[in-house]
Design a protein around this ligand. Structure first.
Ligand code: SF4
Length: 432
């Protein structure tokens, strides 16, 4: 099956493992065990995949600089799905990452026709206030795409490296697609690469936590990062099977390759357009030297961004969670008591009768109430495992879960909304 991921459309990705084969996304569980204190989304395989997350893991471990970046399109109604991304950003910020949050108003304007004033109002009220209430610290960066000169300038430079065929292949753009929509795709690449600009400390690993439908942006941006870099480092082998590195450039300023060769402690051979490096036993040192010369010559030296991919929650009535079906989701501004009632009406994985449930057990894997507990409401893994075991073992009835989940949801929303009121008075601390 040929899967097409569309960040602007609604998708139903029913088999996440296909993403590993078709798009080269790696399973997250392999890397999760190496993290000191993984987030519950990581422990519970809700974050199921990644690209190059080993760079982030190593930066966290070695206390080296890294960034986390994600964005929200201000189309209205921050809900539990958005809370997932917010929590992932905040977790990486707590782990030492320099955190960036972009409000994608250019995207909302070009794709949904939302006015700039409305974008600003929704961006602050529905996303930024909740982000702060959930614990985003003021040393992070919150910005609107339309107000960031950095992002606009970088988007322009990136657009010189992208062409229509490439964008159509990734996003399915056609002759009818408006040009602003294409500009907004490139603007998101600028959002993703912005943390590596010199004013934010230069090149560094950057992780973008997203839903699986956002992978097209990642593929485009990783490709652009490679194209923007002045030099390319390749591992090669000579005819005697000796391994060596080759540093190549089509447009390097005169003398810059010789400058790299001079700074390296290994044997080098200089050719027209490239140098070969023999006996290099420290790839990071090689990379660092190449980057130094790159930046001194006014070039970019982007590390292709890393990403994590999370599963989507299903709708409370089963099927997809959708902003156009209010009963399918819980908004972060929703009346806590009404939200608790919604939880009580949610679709469960219960059987048709109590007798059958006792005999066969419930189907927790198909239960939206269990999903709420797993994604948002129960932090303790043992407590969650107990609920699961009791359900599938026929010892737990759906009424107990619904009562628990609705009570916890009411508590969470009451607390979150109190924190939102406090956050509204702290917007100045975030430069807003
Ligand atoms: Fe879902 Fe709980 Fe019912 Fe199991 S017992 S199907 S987890 S509501």
């Amino acid at each position: 099956m040929n899967m097409k991921l569309d960040p602007w459309g609604s998708v139903n990705i029913d088999d996440y493992s296909k993403l590993f084969d078709e798009f080269g996304i790696m399973p997250f569980e392999d890397i999760c065990s190496e993290l000191p204190d993984p987030h519950r989304y990581m422990r519970r395989k809700i974050i199921f995949g990644h690209r190059s997350y080993d760079l982030i893991k190593d930066a966290m471990k070695n206390k080296e600089p890294f960034s986390v970046m994600s964005g929200f399109m201000p189309t209205g109604g921050g809900h539990l799905g958005h809370k997932m991304v917010m929590e992932e950003i905040i977790w990486h910020q707590k782990m030492g990452g320099d955190a960036f949050v972009g409000i994608a108003d250019r995207e909302a304007y070009s794709v949904r026709g939302i006015s700039w004033e409305k974008c600003r109002q929704i961006g602050i009220e529905d996303y930024i206030v909740s982000l702060i209430a959930l614990g985003f610290e003021p040393d992070g960066h919150i910005y609107f795409q339309s107000g960031s000169e950095n992002v606009k300038d970088l988007a322009f430079e990136l657009s010189a490296k992208a062409n229509f065929s490439e964008l159509s292949a990734i996003y399915g753009f056609s002759g009818e697609t408006n040009v602003a929509h294409m500009v907004s795709a490139i603007t998101q690449s600028a959002d993703i690469l912005q943390p590596q600009l010199s004013e934010y400390g230069g090149p560094k690993p950057t992780v973008i936590p997203v839903g699986a439908d956002q992978d097209p942006h990642m593929r485009l941006t990783r490709g652009l990062a490679h194209k923007m870099n002045m030099f390319r480092i390749e591992g090669r082998e000579d005819k005697d099977k000796n391994k060596f590195f080759s540093v190549r450039s089509k447009a390097a300023p005169e003398g810059s390759l010789a400058e790299i060769a001079e700074r390296l402690p290994w044997d080098t051979k200089l050719f027209e357009g490239h140098i070969d490096v023999y006996g290099a036993d420290d790839y990071n040192k090689l990379l660092e030297t190449v980057r130094e010369v790159e930046i001194e010559n006014g070039g970019y030296a982007f590390v292709p961004p890393s990403s994590t991919y999370h599963r989507f929650m299903s709708g409370l009535q089963g099927g997809k969670m959708s902003s156009s079906i209010p009963d399918s989701l819980i908004s972060l501004k929703e009346d806590p008591k009404l939200a608790a009632k919604k939880v009580k009406r949610a679709k469960t994985g219960g059987r048709v009768s109590l007798e059958e449930q006792k005999k066969l057990g419930g189907e927790a894997d198909k239960c939206s109430v269990y999903e709420l507990l797993m994604f948002h409401l129960v932090e303790d893994d043992n407590e969650l495992a107990e609920i699961y075991d009791e359900c599938v073992g026929g010892k737990r009835m759906c009424g107990t879960c619904k009562a628990l989940a609705s009570e916890l949801m009411e508590e969470f929303l009451t607390d979150h909304q109190e924190k939102r009121e406090l956050a509204k008075d702290r917007l100045d601390d975030y430069g807003l």
